[in-house]
Design a protein around this ligand. Structure first.
Ligand SMILES: [Zn+2]
Ligand SMILES: [Zn+2]
Length: 638
């Protein structure tokens, strides 16, 4: 057999027999971490170690430390889980079982038999099977053979998947691990024994192919690791996330509630309203400085608006409709069409551009019941929306202005580590190549002008234009998608928007849609979890509480409270007939940033004992000083 060459990225070239596999290459190279190697990256494609090498390929060994290694590890673990389920629940059928951001899942039809109590049993079975250390063997069969195999198994899901494969002559790949064979493209681990630490952590309802009209299935979630320390760290992080869960803290801190009577529609309590209004006020100041105008448009508009905007066509499954006076109306899923009506109320000239119309707009989207999740996925939410109408040559500057605003806002909340993407032209889209190229370049140039790194999300743009997406990272390292900046040359045309140019001719403006918080509901959820409920003073629903120690300080406490409220501080006074220690604990639990304790000594000298949240020490200072400090910290950042 001829020798072939394999090129490692550090410049090392290996000559090896032409029929060698990745395992042979591993043996020959014999790196120090050879037991950690899970798969091989071949010319950018992840492949099984068991597969034959490709001549003259650029290669890299993958371990769990690389995202590609994790993907192989977790996806293989999904196979192992299906194997365990098949053994424990004979006749179970399997949908899809991908790796996800953290861990994996598998959609299973076991006739609804699975319960949470089964997870430890399945986990134990997985461990047992992993110990058998069976190889993941790739089998290539004809479509016919594959159909035959899965009809014997009676697995209609796999049959449907195989039938859907267009090319009837193509070879179909199956993977066998022990007694379990699955339809799969791969790649996988060389052996199941690489899977060491296993944790199944959840179960939910799902549907075949994610379609609510499809057959209901059960989805089991799990995660696996090569080392115990990794699993321990993960469990710790999950515990921290659970403690910060905004649904739990949202109830404890009296911020919001959800009710079956309005599924997916949040009910904001006073504390939540304070947070929202404060966020709006914060943003409003910034918008004023940047020359925005603010508008409010109706929640319900004639259906024809949505036909004209294209939302009806692309979005009607998620829209709410209502018929009044025999006229069809729709509840707005987006604010854009409303803003075009405001634009059209005047003749606009190039001197008016860019025209920036901001709106805190309440929109409704009928999300599937299964995806609703606290405030993170809701059916009604307020976007901190804005539409910037500009001339084509103004796009880049307009985008830079939006990027600056976005960075300013995120840094206020401590979100400094941004991940930025440009989503490019999707297959189904409108507009000329030239206009797509120009606007994608405008986004890229704007980011470069601000020295921001970005990656491309190829084909992920909207049908009407490319967009920038911002992901933020919170205090415990989780990523959240928040803001977007979208260039749109379709809607202005659909709604006949115009401006008079310097040449006196009529032109169509470009519309830039942008949101920074994204959805305020979602952003509040992220803030609750990011701060673990300990809001900074300026955002805290209650900024301080005055606690008199005894009956004798009651009047002093009431007067101090009144003074705080009149200075604009969100203060409370706790006159309950309880022990001071009890009251302090109670307000600590409510995570109020400052507690002002007043005893006889403080009342006499016009002082307060200031106690910061989470700090057991008191500092006695003059009441004047305490008010001054609070006022400074309560100031909304500019
Ligand atoms: Zn697979
Ligand atoms: Zn819009």
């Amino acid at each position: 057999m001829d020798q072939i060459k394999q090129f490692f990225e550090d410049g090392i070239v290996v000559e090896i027999a032409g029929d060698a596999t990745g395992l042979d290459l591993l043996k020959q190279v014999n790196p120090a971490n050879k037991n950690d190697v899970l798969a091989l990256l071949v010319n950018g494609e992840i492949r099984d170690l068991r597969r034959p090498l490709v001549p003259d390929a650029k290669v890299r060994f993958l371990t769990f430390d690389q995202p590609e290694g994790k993907e192989v590890y977790w996806h293989s673990s999904a196979h192992l889980m299906a194997h365990a389920v098949e053994q424990l629940f004979p006749g179970a059928k399997f949908g899809v079982g991908p790796a996800i951001e953290e861990g994996f899942f598998y959609d299973i039809d076991a006739g609804g038999r699975l319960t949470l109590e089964d997870l430890p049993r399945i986990e134990a079975k997985m461990k047992e099977l992993a110990k058998e250390n069976s190889p993941f063997v790739r089998l290539e069969v004809s479509k016919e053979e594959a159909l035959d195999l899965f009809s014997k198994k009676g697995d209609e899901y796999k049959l449907e998947l195989i039938s859907g494969l267009i090319d009837k002559d193509a070879q179909i790949s199956l993977y066998r691990e022990g007694e379990f064979t699955d339809l799969c493209r791969g790649p996988h681990l060389p052996t199941a024994g690489k899977i060491k630490q296993i944790k199944l952590f959840g179960m939910s309802g799902s549907y075949w192919r994610g379609d609510s009209k499809g057959k209901p299935m059960q989805r089991i979630y799990g995660i696996t690791f090569p080392a115990k320390e990794q699993l321990d760290a993960y469990v710790l992080r999950m515990e921290e996330a659970r403690k910060r869960d905004h649904r739990k803290l949202g109830a404890e801190l009296d911020i919001f509630s959800m009710h079956e009577e309005g599924p997916g529609f949040p009910f904001w309590h006073n504390n939540g309203v304070v947070i929202i209004r404060t966020l709006e006020e914060y943003l409003r100041k910034k918008l004023a400085r940047r020359g925005y105008e603010e508008i409010i448009t109706p929640i319900i508009l004639d259906q024809k608006m949505w036909l004209q905007s294209g939302h009806y066509e692309n979005f009607k499954d998620k829209m709410y409709f209502t018929n009044v006076d025999e006229r069809e109306f729709a509840v707005k899923p987006m604010n854009c069409p409303g803003s075009t009506l405001v634009y059209r109320t005047k003749q606009r000239s190039y001197r008016d551009l860019p025209l920036k119309l901001a709106e805190f707009g309440l929109v409704h989207r009928n999300e599937l019941a299964g995806v609703l999740h606290g405030l993170l996925r809701v059916r009604s939410f307020t976007q901190d929306d804005a539409h910037v109408f500009c001339a084509p040559e103004q796009i880049e500057d307009a985008i830079v202005d939006l990027i600056d605003l976005t960075n300013e806002v995120y840094s206020t909340f401590g979100f400094k580590e941004l991940e930025t993407f440009i989503a490019t032209r999707p297959e189904l889209s409108m507009g000329s190549d030239e206009i797509w190229e120009n606007s994608t370049n405008a986004l890229a140039n704007a980011l470069k002008r601000r020295g921001m790194e970005f990656s491309l999300n190829e084909g992920e743009g909207a049908f009407y234009g490319p967009k920038i997406e911002f992901n933020i990272r919170d205090a415990i390292g989780r990523k959240w998608q928040c803001g977007t900046i979208q260039v749109d040359f379709s809607m202005p045309e659909r709604f006949g928007l115009e401006y008079v140019g310097a040449d006196n001719a009529r032109h169509t403006p470009v519309m830039v849609h942008r949101a920074i918080f994204g959805s305020i509901e979602r952003f509040v959820a992220i803030l609750i979890e990011n701060y673990a409920g300990r809001f900074p003073v300026w955002l805290a629903p209650v900024q301080t509480v005055v606690l008199p120690i005894g009956e004798g300080q009651r009047d002093y406490a009431v007067a101090l409270h009144q003074r705080l409220v009149e200075s604009g501080i969100r203060a409370q006074v706790d006159l309950r007939n309880e022990k001071i220690g009890y009251k302090i604990r109670d307000w600590e639990l409510k995570k109020v940033p400052y507690i002002f304790v007043v005893g006889a000594k403080e009342a006499e000298s016009g002082a307060v004992a200031v106690r910061k949240h989470g700090d057991a020490n008191n500092e006695v200072i003059a009441a004047d000083e305490a008010v001054r400090i609070l006022l400074t910290e309560a100031k909304i950042p500019s």
